[in-house]
Each structure stands twice: as structure tokens, then as C-alpha cells.
Ligand binder design. Structure first.
Ligand SMILES: Cc1cc2nc3c(=O)[nH]c(=O)nc-3n(C[C@H](O)[C@H](O)[C@H](O)COP(=O)(O)OP(=O)(O)OC[C@H]3O[C@@H](n4cnc5c(N)ncnc54)[C@H](O)[C@@H]3O)c2cc1C
Length: 481
């Protein structure tokens, strides 16, 4: 019996597979397609995703050769400026999804993950010990756990009978990745016109993503769009098509927003687009899904290794469902702020004034980059539940930073006062939690005596305020040996 089978080898399934394998779990990815698609839905990667990649020693390979946008936007309103004191990645990385998937597949191969292409999950049945999985045209498989990372039309979600409530599409958006003979002097992905929105963005040298949005018209998602139709729509809205040619990909999508009402049913979980869909405004879906995977991976690994209770597995839904709901809400708000009409023009003017205020700017940047995610973790310390700052540290092994201490995928108990009591308190969790005595010069850690950091980089406990270290260790890392 395989420990964990993952249905779907998109970015979320691949990230989850890497997390599980890193933790020593036997994992098999089943991917319906026979090979990776060359085109890319997502182009934008946000700061928190880069931070979680940094926590596994992977950020460099994603950063290499890709452009960094120093600002981002909310509903096209610019600039949202990243706070360079809050993250080592104060930008949005322009990385095509196909590159992200290739890099994650390479990492999965390095770790020894098996990806079985051309294998479609078609059925499942779970009992107390595992899940029987049917695949089209192949022998059934059995796993201790199954995770549906099989995208917006998830078969796993349907087979579980999990509801996917939300709102239907109200607009038609189209994209084409093209070459332009006559590019605009200042490319902008979405310029407002009376008939909708249209624009282009240079995502790689000489390659442009062109996009149109028409409101209050909903195309049949099952009817493929042609390049001629795309060009005609672009010209109708923008008055020119900038001499676009040689489309490598044309696609259509809407703003339907739906979220699975349960992310876990027994031994089966949902992650990524299988758990939530929304309009791509602000480039958040892949980021959200990768962070689902990083939240679930270590918890599921702990269950496989026999030291996670039901509460830890349930905390995946408790922590990630509200984060997904917040993304649905902010994309709804961005669509509302993008619609045509005088009332929305007035609202945009007001909003443009507001985002010039530093606090509003920071709030919105925190929202779309997911740097502001906080989990409902017990404890009164301001760090508890938040992401651990990637502080520079001095340890017995030399200079390092917090993110490097998480490369192993284990928890870290950072001892900033060389307190001998911590060593004996943490002894029962050796192998699951690394005790690291360290000194720092980072103002964000001033006054902090010790911090327990989960493998996903969120703070589970901080001293002196949170007093119950054994309770926190047991909650997040299981009973002491
Ligand atoms: C135009 C557009 C632009 C976007 N831009 C951004 C952006 O800039 N930033 C961002 O963060 N997000 C963006 N997104 C969203 C992002 O593309 C998705 O959120 C992301 O692809 C979700 O990844 P996933 O792995 O959950 O699902 P998917 O990428 O859909 O992968 C699911 C995989 O499961 C496989 N599969 C399906 N059914 C089965 C089955 N039964 N058995 C086995 N395998 C199966 C599929 O073949 C597929 O490979 C954009 C989306 C669109 C449409």
C-alpha cells in the first residue's frame, strides 16, 4: 500500500509530493495527461510563495532568469509597493506556470517521487485503513491517504460528494500569448475601454500576454476560442491589435468563484484549484494552492509516521479554508472595481486616492502576496500564528538565516537565550523538532526568548508570552517519545 497517492500533477500536486517525500513519505502522483503542457496559465509568483520555496532551499532556481516586478496592483490600480523590511522577496516574480511546473517536477525527481503520466483517477472508496483508487484502464491502487490536486473540475471532489458552492461567471476573459509587430509604448495588461478591458504584458523578451475582458456576457467554457476570434475582440475593445501574430496559446475563462465546503473527508483531502476557483485578478490561485500544499504536507507526513492525531489533520481545513475564502472575496472586489460605468469610475478614483496612503497600500500588498496570512494558533504572543520572519542568525555552525533552518522540513525550536530548560523540554521530540540555539540582530525578534516554528514556517509558540511549550509541541508534533 502506498502512503499517499496524489491525483493531479499540476503545481499543487507536485509541491505536495515534494513536501511529503522530503518528510520520508512514500508518494505516488497520478497525472491524467501523457506529458506536461507547454503553455502557462499563471505568470505571477508572489512573495509568500517565494518564501516557502526559500524554506526548502529552492527559491534561487525559481528566481534565476525571470523578471521581478517591483510593484503590483489591485484591480489594475497601481502601484502597490512591497515592504522591503517585511520580506526578502519584495516583488512579484514573472515566471510562466510551465517553468514552475518543470522546476517542481525536477525537484520531485531529485527526491525520488514517482509521477505516473497518462493515469486518470476515476473512482475511490475509503475504509478505516486506507483508500481504494480506480484508474482508467489500469489496475486499482490502494493508499493510506489520497489528495485531490486535480484542478477546478476535480474528479476527487465529485467522487467525495463535497459541495462546491459559490457564484457563476459574469464575464468572459480571453488570453493569447503572442508576438507583437507594433507593441504599445507602455504595455499594460488591462486598460479600460468603453467596451471592456484589453491590454498586453511582456512576460519574456519578445513574448506578450494579450488579454481581453467583456462584462455581462458568458461564453460556453467548453467551446474553444480561436485566435481570429481573440484578435477581433481585442480590436473591437482597444481599436488595434498591435500587429499580434504567432499565438502559442489562446484560452478563455471567467470569474466563477467557488470553494469546497470541506477540504477533508476522512482519508481524502482537496488542495489547490480542486478546493477553490476564482478570477485570476492579482495572480493568486497557484500561490494559494502551493501554500495549501505546504500546510498539508507536514501534517499528512506526521499522520503517516504515526504521530498526528485527527485534530492536526482537521487543522488543514480550519487553517486553509478561511485563507481561500479571503482570496475569493478579494478577487470579487477586484472584479467589481474593474467593471465599466461611471459609478465604478468614481469608485476607482476614490480607491486610487486611498491606496496612496501607506497603510492601505501595505494592507493590500499583504493581502495579494499572502504575507499577512495568520493561522488561529493558541497563544498570546504577537508572533504566534504568523509567518516566522526570515531573520539572520548566528548559530554554533556559523551565520545562517531562519529559512535555511527549515530546509529539512522538520520543526525548529529556536532558542535565543541559551536556556538549558528548553533542551530538556524538547528532548522528547528529537527527530521531529530541531533545537537550535542562536543569536540575532533582527529587530522583529527583539524581546523574544524562544520560538517554535512549524515546518511550514508559521509560529506555533513563542516565549516569554506563550508559556506552555510541551502543550504546543504535543499539539503540533504529537506526543513525546
Ligand atoms: C488566465 C489565467 C491566469 C492565471 N494567472 C495566475 C497567476 O499569475 N498567479 C497565480 O497564482 N495563479 C494564476 N492562475 C491560477 C493558476 O493557474 C491555478 O490556480 C493553478 O493552475 C492551480 O494549480 P493546481 O495544481 O491546483 O491545478 P491544475 O493546474 O489545474 O492541475 C491539475 C492537474 O490535475 C490533472 N488531473 C485532472 N483530473 C485528473 C484525474 N482525474 N486524474 C489525474 N489527474 C488529473 C490535470 O491534468 C492537471 O495536470 C491563473 C489562471 C488563469 C486561467
Amino acid at each position: 500500500m502506498t502512503d499517499v497517492v496524489i491525483a493531479g500533477g499540476g503545481p499543487v500536486g507536485l509541491m505536495l509530493a515534494c513536501e511529503l517525500r522530503l518528510a520520508g513519505v512514500d508518494v505516488l502522483v497520478l497525472e491524467r495527461l501523457t506529458e506536461r503542457v507547454p503553455h502557462s496559465k499563471a505568470l505571477g509568483m508572489h512573495a509568500r510563495t517565494l518564501e516557502v520555496l526559500d524554506q526548502r532551499g529552492l527559491a534561487e532556481r525559481f528566481l534565476e532568469g525571470h523578471k521581478r516586478a517591483p510593484t503590483t496592483h489591485f484591480a489594475g490600480l497601481r502601484p502597490l509597493e512591497f515592504d522591503a523590511s517585511a520580506t526578502r522577496h519584495p516583488y512579484m516574480l514573472l515566471i510562466p506556470q510551465a517553468h514552475t511546473e518543470r522546476l517542481l517536477a525536477e525537484r520531485a525527481a531529485e527526491l525520488g517521487v514517482e509521477i505516473r503520466y497518462g493515469t486518470e483517477v476515476t473512482g475511490l472508496a475509503q475504509d478505516a485503513d486506507g483508500v481504494d483508487i480506480e484508474v482508467a484502464g489500469g489496475a486499482p491502487l490502494r493508499a493510506r491517504y489520497l489528495v485531490g490536486c486535480d484542478g477546478s473540475r476535480s474528479t476527487v471532489r465529485r467522487l467525495l460528494g463535497v459541495d462546491f458552492p459559490g457564484t457563476p461567471a459574469t464575464l468572459t476573459a480571453m488570453i493569447a500569448d503572442v508576438t507583437l509587430d507594433d507593441p504599445p509604448a507602455t504595455p499594460a495588461l488591462l486598460a479600460r475601454h468603453p467596451g471592456g478591458q484589453a491590454g498586453v504584458l511582456e512576460y519574456e523578451s519578445g513574448m506578450y500576454r494579450a488579454m481581453t475582458i467583456e462584462y455581462d456576457t458568458v461564453a460556453d467554457p467548453d467551446v474553444p476560442v480561436t485566435f481570429d476570434e481573440f484578435k477581433a475582440t481585442f480590436r473591437r475593445i482597444a481599436g488595434t491589435d498591435h500587429g499580434m501574430r504567432d499565438a502559442i496559446w489562446v484560452s478563455r475563462f471567467g470569474d466563477a468563484a467557488r470553494q469546497a465546503d470541506r477540504y477533508r473527508v476522512g482519508r481524502v483531502f482537496l488542495s489547490g484549484d480542486a478546493a477553490h476557483i476564482h478570477n485570476p485578478s492579482g495572480g493568486q490561485g497557484l500561490n494559494l494552492g502551493v501554500q495549501d500544499a505546504v500546510n498539508l504536507g507536514w501534517k499528512l507526513a506526521a499522520a503517516v509516521h504515526g504521530h498526528a492525531g485527527e485534530d492536526l489533520l482537521d487543522s488543514y481545513h480550519t487553517e486553509r479554508h478561511p485563507v481561500g475564502a479571503r482570496v475569493l472575496q478579494n478577487t470579487h472586489a477586484q472584479v467589481a472595481l474593474s467593471r465599466p460605468g461611471h459609478a465604478v469610475d468614481a469608485l476607482r478614483e476614490l480607491f486610487a486616492e486611498l491606496i496612496r496612503a501607506e497603510e492601505v497600500n501595505r494592507r493590500l500588498t499583504g493581502l495579494v502576496s499572502a504575507l499577512d496570512v495568520r493561522y488561529p494558533v493558541d497563544g498570546a504572543h504577537p508572533l504566534t500564528g504568523a509567518r516566522m520572519p526570515d531573520a539572520d542568525l548566528k548559530t554554533a555552525d556559523g551565520d545562517t538565516r531562519m529559512s535555511r533552518l527549515l530546509h529539512s522540513g522538520r520543526g525548529v525550536l529556536l532558542d535565543l537565550t541559551e536556556d538549558p530548560a528548553l533542551r530538556s523540554a524538547a528532548a522528547g521530540w528529537a527527530g521531529r523538532v530541531d533545537l537550535v540555539p542562536a543569536r540575532h540582530t533582527d529587530a522583529r525578534l527583539d524581546g523574544v526568548d524562544a520560538v517554535l516554528v512549524r515546518p511550514d514556517g508559521y509560529v506555533a509558540w513563542a516565549a516569554p508570552t506563550d508559556v506552555t511549550l510541551p502543550h504546543a509541541l504535543t499539539t503540533w508534533f504529537g506526543p513525546a517519545r
